[in-house]
Design a protein around this ligand. Structure first.
Ligand SMILES: *Cc1c(COP(=O)(O)O)cnc(C)c1O
Length: 434
């Protein structure tokens, strides 16, 4: 499982900096979590150690942008300027590295900044292969920004079939989202990594939809795993942030340089909040996955639903990959379904739920619903959208941690009203009220 071996900790964990006191004595990092610990224990303890001066169990938020030096070029502690590094970011990065079975993690100001920084690490003329149904903002960066920097991205709707023929001598990176958004299709990471590595190509997996609790892409051969921390890792819909985790020292040097040089870094306060959120990731992800399973099963049994996309269902065509790649074959908290009655019914569904709030984003404690064709994926031309399964009648759900019986009731009631109930006029009835 974890590539981290016991003697790697804590000395070789570069993010676990040794604290030196003003009097020159050194505090060794106390009670570092060992890799023999399970996920929940690591989530609670990794990157958190009592303050050596006050004993505070929870680290203080270190807002200072600059750090004093005892003589020229000799900072008192490990920090000199907060863009280059600060205690709260280090703590958070250390925790994510532990949860993703990585040696290193680097935090950024958003998931999108993480993507941008990785793409900027490529030389001009590089070629990238990406799955077709990537996150909309990733698609936008690949097609509108990377291109201007001389990095060319080509997309594949079925990457396992196409990879061999798509690779060119310039291919440097393969970009996977598994599950994809919003159709929840899975990619066999091990297979792609095996082919990629034969050609010296790096594999990046955007693991946002599952969180490190459900899937650890590095264990399946990926070279870099990234997250929009905004979603499950923070989990409370109140921080925008991103993170990348990996094992290669060379990548650590290159990406640390770019993290500082580009400067798309998160604030210490956001790092502190996201670290607090991460401590309950296992509880939230477990509950969200349980809820999504209950909702998916209820929708699958409904005569008003055309199809359900959820890798936790036995009927899913990706079930075999979920069983191989996900913890206990869990499906995660996200699902999508096609409702009978076309786009109007999809919109009416979102206006008739009382618990699921109509909003973009995902991975928070509260349940959300949206219609991708009109919201998150509106920028993709209809033909391209439908080719990857994003039909006008598709509804995407992010299941939160409410009680599953309430969520199932809410969804079935809204489906019924959307399909067979009296039509309501757009905008008259707002979501979440009566
Ligand atoms: C939200 C999201 C992103 C972008 O993250 P931001 O924090 O919003 O910049 C990237 N990938 C996926 C899968 C996402 O859901």
């Amino acid at each position: 499982m974890a590539p981290v071996v016991e003697q790697d900790l804590p000395q070789n964990l570069p993010l676990q900096r040794v604290l030196s006191n003003p009097d020159g004595t050194i505090d060794t990092p106390p009670r570092a979590p060992s890799p023999v610990h399970q996920f929940g224990t690591l989530a609670v303890h990794a990157g958190t150690r009592p303050d050596p001066h006050t004993g505070a169990v929870i680290p203080a938020i270190s807002l200072s942008t600059t750090f004093t030096q005892s003589s020229v070029g000799k900072p008192i502690g490990p920090y000199d300027y907060s863009r280059a590094g600060n205690p709260n970011r280090d703590n958070f990065e250390e925790a994510v590295a532990a949860l993703e079975h990585a040696r290193f993690a680097l935090a950024f100001s958003s998931g999108s900044a993480t993507t941008a920084t990785i793409l900027q690490s490529l030389a001009q003329g590089s070629h990238v292969i990406s799955v077709s149904d990537v996150y909309g903002g990733t698609h936008r960066y690949f097609t509108k920004v990377a291109y201007a920097h001389g990095v060319k991205v080509t997309f594949s709707p079925s990457i396992e079939l196409d990879i061999q023929t798509m690779i060119t001598p310039q291919t440097k990176l393969i970009w996977i989202e598994s599950p994809s958004n919003p159709t929840l299709s899975l990619v066999d990471i091990r297979y792609i990594a095996t082919v990629a590595h034969q050609h010296g190509i790096l594999v990046v997996v955007d693991n946002t939809f599952l969180s490190p609790y459900v899937q650890n892409p590095l264990d399946h051969g990926a070279d870099i795993v990234i997250h929009s921390v905004t979603k499950y890792i923070n989990g409370h819909s109140d921080v925008v942030m991103g993170v990348a985790a990996f094992n290669s020292e060379e990548l650590f040097e290159r990406l640390t340089f770019l993290q500082n040089a580009i400067g798309a870094v998160p604030s210490p306060f956001d790092c502190w909040l996201a670290h607090r959120g991460l401590k309950t990731l296992h509880l939230r992800a477990r509950e969200a996955s349980k809820n999504a399973t209950a909702v998916a099963k209820a929708l699958e049994a409904s005569p008003n639903v055309l199809a359900v996309n959820y890798p936790g269902l036995d009927s899913s065509r990706y079930r075999h990959i979920a069983l191989k790649q996900h913890r206990d074959g869990m499906g995660g908290g996200m699902l999508s379904f096609r409702i009978k009655g076309g786009h109007d019914a999809a919109e009416r569904f979102c206006q008739n739920t009382k618990i699921f709030a109509l909003a973009e984003s995902l991975g928070g404690v509260e349940s959300l619903c949206e219609v991708p064709a009109a919201m998150t994926h509106v920028g993709i031309p209809k033909e391209q959208r439908e080719a990857i399964g994003v039909f006008d009648d598709l509804v995407r759900l992010s299941c939160g941690v409410e009680d599953s019986s309430d969520l199932v009731k809410d969804v079935l009631h809204a489906v019924e009203k959307a399909v067979v109930g009296p039509k309501i006029m757009n905008g008259i009835k707002s979501n979440g009220t009566g």
